[in-house]
Design a protein around this ligand. Structure first.
Ligand code: ZN
Length: 512
């Protein structure tokens, strides 16, 4: 069939075969899952060498084709063929045409957060979810990570949307503005199109409250911003003291005065701060749907069952609606490695946290630092009726480095050596425990052993905490590693996707 025949054959809709023909003529690779027709115009993602483009084909220029900046290609068939760069503007144009490319709210459904610090992993993430009940949160980045990687919220969104389009993923995805601390953080990410907002009131949590004596507790609590809490100390006492809260068949909560004071001393200001953030978001949202997660996972002290109940109960009283809550659990959720701690104790606590969640009924538990917590997934996966959000980020960066180790060992050696040297200074803002004296130096490792580093907890953490420096360090005006890593991932795209697929299948299977 020649092109003329194809055109008359497909009448108003240019067919997929036509796209294939154009691709063959020009030697592009086409991402077949991306091919889609709309109003006599066909769109798809193609790759020319290492760069990807949006290909638009139509019989005539029309209002859809005019939305995109790109280069028109002369062709003997007098078709409108436009090759467009995957820019921020073109991404926004795409979102006005295909609704499935807009992030959405996920609600109480099981969801999985895939932070992607380099911006090339989301397609692999989407593939890993093929048969899963989990909904993906693709754009997921904290302000801290944006700063560390020198990326903007818009860039993170661009990467997610193009990946969704490339994979033809139409089941809906979320976008999580993670660990927001201020109203300015909210503005920035709301304007970039994020739909999920994770509030982190950590700076307003008093981690010392567990160690205060009665007098100190009383004075801290008396000085809380009661007005902002729409409350008074005496009425708070009436709400909690000498009460039985029947959480479930197996769990009744009572609180003595000390526990009550501790909960307020620890979280009182944090609750007031969340209320402030929530009201700000509601004001600027102008009716656009959004969802909120509340996280206290990065605080030092463990969230007790009563404190979880108290936190949720107070937010409810203040009309703060949230879809997930991330407590600080018992045991250690270190970066990039499995859970450290007593799993039986974790299970007991988790069941109680879950009972509190079910008591309120309108949110799920969120697991931060969720990368590689395989033993914890097993526990949660075995409990029925547990809706969960799992947040991961660093583990995808490690999979990217694994591709580098497999495909460009000498580049990986340089990165490993660089990270090794930086670990002691970079580890400070992370929850990690790697002992580098246990690790071999780069020149003591054979090429075959490089991949084994990814099974070593010490090596994982060394590579994990140094991502910011690895991705931003420059020698004069040139990136030391960033461009080389990106090229390696682009050259080995299918290997990268395959590594991610296998890695996240391991994360998801315990829940299925
Ligand atoms: Zn977190």
């Amino acid at each position: 069939m020649n092109i003329e025949e194809l055109i008359s054959f497909s009448k108003n809709n240019l067919s997929n075969q036509l796209i294939d023909l154009i691709i063959d003529e020009n030697n592009f690779k086409v991402y077949s899952k991306s091919i889609i027709n709309k109003e006599e115009t066909t769109f798809s993602i193609i790759k020319d060498n290492l760069e990807k483009f949006l290909l638009i084909v139509s019989q005539f220029e029309n209002q859809l084709t005019n939305k995109f900046d790109g280069e028109k290609i002369d062709n003997s068939k007098s078709l409108l063929i436009k090759i467009c760069k995957l820019t921020n503007n073109n991404r926004k144009a795409l979102q006005t045409i295909f609704d499935f490319t807009n992030p959405t709210t996920i609600g109480k459904n099981d969801s999985f957060g895939f932070g992607d610090r380099i911006g090339l992993a989301n397609a692999g993430h989407i593939r890993s979810l093929e048969k899963s009940i989990f909904k993906p949160i693709l754009a997921q980045q904290s302000i801290r990570e944006l700063t560390r990687t020198n990326r903007t919220a818009e860039e993170v969104m661009d990467a997610a949307v193009w990946a969704v389009f490339q994979e033809g993923y139409k089941n809906g995805f979320g976008a999580d503005a993670d660990h927001l601390k201020t109203t300015a953080d909210i503005d920035l990410t709301f304007n970039a199109g994020f739909t999920m907002f994770t509030f982190d009131p950590g700076e307003h949590v008093d981690n010392n409250a567990d160690h205060y004596d009665e007098n100190k507790l009383l004075s801290v609590v008396a000085n809380l911003p009661w007005k902002e809490l729409n409350d008074t100390f005496p009425s708070a006492e009436r709400r909690y003291l000498k009460k039985n809260f029947l959480i479930s068949e197996y769990l009744t909560l009572q609180v003595n005065e000390t526990e009550f004071l501790k909960a307020y001393a620890k979280y009182g200001k944090a609750i007031a701060h969340i209320k402030k953030l929530y009201e700000h978001l509601k004001n600027i949202s102008n009716g656009k749907p959004f969802e909120v997660e509340v996280s206290v996972d990065e605080t030092e002290s463990v969230t007790s069952i009563f404190e979880h109940f108290f936190f949720a109960n107070e937010l409810k009283r203040l009309n703060v609606e949230f879809v997930s809550l991330a407590p600080r659990f018992v045991g250690s959720f270190e970066k990039g490695i499995d859970y450290k701690g007593d799993l039986k104790l974790f299970e007991n606590e988790y069941r109680k946290h879950l009972a509190v969640t079910n008591y309120f009924g309108n949110y799920k538990i969120s697991l931060h630092s969720g990368s590689d917590k395989f033993s914890v997934y097993k526990v949660i996966g075995s409990i029925k009726g547990a809706n969960t959000h799992v947040k991961t980020a660093g583990t995808s960066y490690l999979e990217a480095l694994k591709v580098v180790a497999a495909k460009n060992p000498s580049l990986f050696r340089e990165i490993y050596d660089f990270s090794y040297g930086l670990y002691e200074t970079e580890k400070n803002s992370y929850h990690v425990s790697a002992d580098i004296s246990k690790l071999k130096k780069e020149n003591e490792i054979s090429d075959e052993e490089l991949l084994e580093l990814f099974s070593s907890n010490d090596a994982r953490q060394v590579l994990h905490v140094t991502f910011g420096k690895v991705l931003t360090e420059k020698n004069l005006n040139e990136f030391l590693f960033k461009e080389k890593i990106i090229d390696c991932l682009k050259e080995n795209e299918e290997t990268h996707y395959e590594f991610l697929y296998n890695h996240f299948r391991k994360h998801l299977e315990p829940f299925e």
